[in-house]
Design a protein. Sequence first.
Lengths: 171, 171
Amino acid sequence: VTDPLSFDPIREASAQWEQRWGSEPVSSMRAVTSIMRAQQILLARLNELLKPHGLTFPRYEALMILYFSRRGSLPLGKLGARLQVHPTSVTSLVDGLERSGLVRREPHSSDRRATLASITDDGREVAKAATKALNEEKFGTEPLSADDLDAVTKILATLRVDAGDFVLEAG
Amino acid sequence: VTDPLSFDPIREASAQWEQRWGSEPVSSMRAVTSIMRAQQILLARLNELLKPHGLTFPRYEALMILYFSRRGSLPLGKLGARLQVHPTSVTSLVDGLERSGLVRREPHSSDRRATLASITDDGREVAKAATKALNEEKFGTEPLSADDLDAVTKILATLRVDAGDFVLEAG
DNA sequence: GAAGATTGATGAATCAATCTTT
DNA sequence: AAAGATTGATTCATCAATCTTC
């Protein structure tokens, strides 16, 4: 998007930080900035890979949860809990998937407040094709090794537990 | 935002992935999902910490680049290169900082196409106070250790180089 | 009153198109 | 033509307020 800088901006910031505020908070600042930037890079790569399939990554994630669900459908609230996003975001994601014909809204059989998001046959086909594309490109994580990726996953799991995403299971 | 799940959704997805598509792409899928979620958690924490100072984290990042700049001002293009965001995003960030009185737009002395973003005295005060708050709370990275944070930073640097953020310097 | 979902607002990211200046 | 910045459009995230149903 722009020319590469001749230095690492995060490394540069670390030096100035340490000079002014001591060494204690530097690791935190560096890691946060790195994660923010990595997310931005990965999201751009994923959206690029998904564009031929008419999907964005957030919509892909929602579609896959429905794909893997027992009945191929889930109440919007449950979908939001799995995605860890606001009810408003679920509405917007399902709107988009519905416009593309990959998901249908259906009434809940027993609770008339609730709405089900149900994956369509088209949705299943697109889910499979898009997943093939992402798997072949390793979800845009090149050039990181499997060991490095697993290390990141393990470390960030601690943060996710602390944020209340889920409770630790036995084993 | 919702109740904690009784299982780790990423762990759950890994199992289904491996069953269907083999073990090869699982590490990538897991790491990408983890990074996306970690970014979301950290951003929420940072915005909460910055709210008393009338800042969001993206605006804070922009403000600090100006704070550390030699003259306290930078052309919008240079600011965008440092933040690694689109020109449109720079315009929007500077708009917000200008509305808060933390930054002023000034004409470039030699190039009438360019605009400078210049940090104000208020901006410097807010930058210091906000940084104090973030440092004290370790940028919302609790309960991760400094070693874990450094490990994440190091691994993700490889990705940032690959994405062309910067070129490796000697040493 | 509380739960499930939606609408309307803001903030931040992108892209395409435009406008001025070089 | 190319560079710097802006406006207008879309997507996704949040919050506050609303509406229906439990």
